[in-house]
Design a protein around this ligand. Structure first.
Ligand SMILES: Nc1ncnc2c1ncn2[C@@H]1O[C@H](COP(=O)(O)OP(=O)(O)OP(=O)(O)O)[C@@H](O)[C@H]1O
Length: 294
C-alpha cells in the first residue's frame, strides 16, 4: 500500500484526525520451538475516530490491547486487518507527524536535557541556532529552565517525564501518542504533570491519544474516554466528559465522581469477563493482572 492511500470520503469528516476502521491484530505464538504457532487475537473489530485537537483517553483491563493499538497509530506495528488513517491518509509507518511519549521516559542517557529535546529537530535538519531557540521554548514550557545541561540520571522521575514531553512537542507533531506516561512517578507528581499537560494542550491544541490505567487520570484529562473490553480488545463504550475546563479542583466535584463511577462500572464488567476467562483455564496471568490493575 502506498503512503498516499486515502480514506474513502464517505467516512472521513472534516474534523476527523485519526480514523481506525475494523482493526484486528493477531499475534502468532509458539510455546515450544518445534510446536506449530497458534494465533492469539489481541484486538478485534476496533473502530475509533479521534477528532482534530481532541484529548482522547483510552482505558481498559490489563492486556486488552491498549498499547498494541497505540503502536499501530504510531506506525510501529501494523493491523492484521483493517486500516488506520490520519488526515485521510493510510498510516503505513512511523513519522514525525506523531510524537510518542511512553512510560519509562526513553531518554538518551548520554544526551543532556537540551540535546534530548533537540533530537527530533536534528532529524528534521533544523539549523543549530533555531534548534536551540525551539528547544529552549519547550524546556521552559515544561518547567525545566536551568536544567538544560543536566543528564537524565541527574533528574527526578517527574523531570525526566517532562523532558520526554518537551522532546515530543519540540518537533511539532500534529498528534501526541502517550502510553501511560505518568505511571512511573509518585501520585503527587502525577497530578502536577497532569495539570501541566492540560496547560500545554490548551496552549498547543495538539490532538492527544492517552492510554492509562487510571480512571481519575482519564476523566481529569480527556474530552472523551474510550473504554475497551477485555481480551480480545475492542471499544466497549465512549464516554464524553462534559466537565468544564480548566479543571483545577474538579476532582472533588460530584460530577467528576459520577462520571468516574460510570467508567468504573464499565470496567468492572470487563474484569468479571476476564475473571471468567481465568476460571475456564485460559490466560491465567492476564486475568490476574486485569483484576490487579484497578
Ligand atoms: N509481540 C507480542 N506477541 C504476542 N502477544 C503479544 C505481543 N504483544 C502483545 N501481546 C499480547 O496482546 C495483548 C495486548 O497487549 P497490550 O500490551 O497491547 O495490552 P495493554 O492493554 O496495553 O496491557 P497493559 O494495560 O497491561 O499495559 C496481551 O494479551 C499481550 O500478551
Amino acid at each position: 500500500m502506498s503512503d498516499n492511500q486515502v480514506a474513502p470520503t464517505e467516512f472521513f469528516g472534516a474534523d476527523d484526525k485519526i480514523i481506525a476502521r475494523n482493526i484486528r491484530r493477531v499475534f502468532k505464538i509458539k510455546r515450544k520451538p518445534n510446536e506449530e504457532a497458534t494465533e492469539f487475537e489481541a484486538i478485534k473489530q476496533l473502530d475509533l475516530t479521534v477528532k482534530q485537537g481532541e484529548f482522547l483517553a483510552i482505558v481498559g483491563p490489563s492486556g486488552c490491547g491498549k498499547s498494541t493499538f497505540l503502536d499501530m497509530i504510531a506506525g510501529l506495528a501494523h493491523p492484521s486487518s483493517g486500516e488506520i488513517y490520519m488526515d485521510g491518509k493510510l498510516i503505513t509507518g512511523p513519522a514525525l507527524d506523531r510524537g510518542i511519549v511512553m512510560q519509562g521516559y526513553a531518554l538518551f542517557p548520554w544526551r543532556t536535557v537540551r540535546k534530548n529535546v533537540e533530537f527530533g529537530l536534528e532529524i528534521k535538519k533544523v539549523p543549530s541556532k533555531d534548534r536551540k531557540e525551539i528547544s529552549q521554548q519547550y524546556i521552559e514550557l515544561v518547567g525545566l529552565k536551568n536544567f538544560e545541561d543536566r543528564y537524565p540520571h541527574e533528574l527526578s522521575g517527574g523531570m525526566k517525564q517532562r523532558v520526554a514531553i518537551a522532546r515530543a512537542l519540540a518537533y511539532d507533531p500534529e498528534v501526541l501518542l502517550m502510553d501511560e506516561p505518568f505511571a512511573a512517578v509518585d501520585a503527587q507528581t502525577r497530578e502536577v504533570l497532569q495539570e501541566e499537560l492540560l496547560r500545554i494542550w490548551e496552549k498547543t491544541r495538539k490532538t492527544i491519544v492517552f492510554v492509562t490505567h487510571g480512571i481519575d487520570e482519564a476523566v481529569f484529562l480527556a474530552d472523551r474516554v474510550a473504554v475497551m473490553t477485555a481480551n480480545p480488545g475492542t471499544i466497549k463504550e465512549i464516554v464524553t466528559i462534559n466537565l468544564p475546563r480548566p479543571r483545577d479542583g474538579i476532582r472533588s466535584s460530584a460530577d467528576f465522581g459520577w462520571v468516574r463511577h460510570k467508567i468504573w462500572e464499565l470496567l468492572q464488567t470487563e474484569h468479571f469477563t476476564a475473571g471468567k476467562t481465568k476460571l475456564s483455564g485460559k490466560n491465567v496471568a492476564e486475568s490476574i493482572s486485569a483484576s490487579a490493575a484497578l
